[in-house]
Write a protein that binds this ligand. Structure first.
Ligand SMILES: NC(=O)c1ccc[n+]([C@@H]2O[C@H](COP(=O)([O-])OP(=O)(O)OC[C@H]3O[C@@H](n4cnc5c(N)ncnc54)[C@H](O)[C@@H]3O)[C@@H](O)[C@H]2O)c1
Ligand SMILES: [Zn+2]
Ligand SMILES: [Zn+2]
Length: 367
């Protein structure tokens, strides 16, 4: 079938919305008609050419939500008409990682996904007979996509898809960082560095876990106001003095849990230093620039602080994304506050501009 899609033709140049060919689903695959897709930093990062693992041409997009239109042979967990959220982090439920409760990093299709292929090593996307590679296994800047069954989370059809799509990446990452990775204890003192989609999700996650104090640190007053709406009890303007101020708020000890959601390695170091001596846990979610390293004095660790990394918030997508969407429907998570701009597929480059200007939290493409 012919679909319209936003193609990254050349690094550093705007995406080109055009018609491409999408083949039907093969065994274990599903054709999804997209209804909504968020525009995320990772798309912009890849489009810029800075990502060393990036490739072109490809159809970008990974924060999709839509409806199953057809299923391939052997697909048992989804039916035509199901509402789904796309997962760049799949869950096969069979590999050694999926069978462990210690990680959400599924091993089943990693290699092929990284190369831009579906699990059988080919693509469903093409143009004039030439294959076009998939991106993050999702390629959701498109009217429709074909994805592996193991990379789709079936959600409650009552959830509006323009809200549900935010659970495909940043929001689940932040929520999961607090709920899965850190497992924040009730009554604890939390600090979240960064109030973008991920940091605000971590604020909401800490609140849902019953944290008593949640301090959110950011450079933007608008974003700190949003953090209050998600449950931050205190907000602070970031900078070199942030750690000293946080230590002052905690009798010199530091916080039970800190979260880094900026991608800045200096802020990551601050998040380690602001974690409590004895048991403070720093959870890092930000993606640092190419070649950057985290500079931490070993003394910070020997005296009891720990550092954890969190990919997609430790969320096992097929099991937990539906649960998080349900908590949204139950009124526990305010998703509306994150949806800043509704745009069309043709306006996808405007979505990048809005993100670059920090105008709102998320632009969502409506198809
Ligand atoms: N681990 C994962 O699976 C995963 C998933 C999605 C995104 N990410 C990464 O998480 C990070 C955050 O993503 P986002 O979408 O929320 O980004 P964002 O750019 O919207 O938010 C980052 C925030 O950090 C703030 N900030 C910058 N410097 C600061 C400082 N010195 N002190 C305090 N705050 C500061 C900015 O003002 C901004 O509000 C990015 O690095 C992104 O690539 C990781
Ligand atoms: Zn994303
Ligand atoms: Zn797996």
């Amino acid at each position: 079938m012919k679909i319209r899609a936003a193609v990254l033709e050349e690094f550093g140049a705007p995406l080109v919305v055009q018609e491409v060919e999408l083949a039907g689903p093969q065994a274990g695959e599903v054709l999804v008609r997209l209804h909504a897709c968020g525009v995320c930093h990772t798309d912009m990062y890849t489009a810029s050419g800075v990502d060393p693992s990036g490739y072109a041409p490809t159809v970008l997009g990974h924060e999709g939500a839509g409806v199953v239109e057809a299923i391939g042979e052997g697909v048992t967990s989804l039916r035509v008409g199901d509402h789904v959220v796309t997962l760049f982090s799949p869950q096969c439920r069979e590999c050694v990682h999926c069978r462990s409760d210690k990680t959400n990093i599924c091993l089943a299709i990693r290699d092929q996904q990284g190369k831009g292929h579906l699990p059988d090593g080919t693509t469903r996307l093409s143009r004039d007979g030439e294959p076009i590679r998939h991106f993050m296994g999702t390629s959701t800047f498109a009217e429709a996509t074909v994805m592996p069954e193991i990379a789709l989370a079936k959600i409650n059809p009552e959830a509006p898809l323009d809200r549900a799509c935010l659970f495909a990446c940043g929001l689940s990452t932040g929520l999961g960082a607090a709920m899965n990775t850190a497992k924040v204890e009730a009554g604890s003192f939390c600090v979240v560095f960064g109030a973008g989609m991920v940091g605000l999700g971590a604020v909401a996650g800490a609140r849902l876990m019953g944290a008593e104090r949640i301090v959110c640190v950011d450079l933007s007053a608008d974003r700190l106001a949003l953090a209050k709406g998600q449950g931050a009890t205190d907000v602070m303007v970031g900078g070199p003095d942030a750690v000293a101020q946080l230590l002052e708020m905690t009798d010199g000890f530091g916080a039970d849990y800190t979260f880094e959601a900026t991608g800045n390695v200096k802020v990551m170091a601050q998040a380690v230093e602001a974690a409590r001596m004895g048991w403070g846990l720093c959870t890092v979610t930000g993606v640092a620039g190419k070649g950057e390293t985290l500079d931490v004095l070993p003394r910070w660790l020997i005296t009891g602080r720990r550092i954890a990394g969190s990919s997609f918030g430790g969320v096992k997508g097929r099991d937990q994304v539906p649960q998080l969407v349900q908590r949204y429907l139950d009124g526990d998570i305010d998703v509306d506050a994150f949806l800043s701009h509704s745009i069309t597929l043709d306006e996808v480059n405007k979505g990048f501009d809005l993100m670059h200007d920090q105008d709102g939290i998320r632009s969502v493409i409506a198809f």
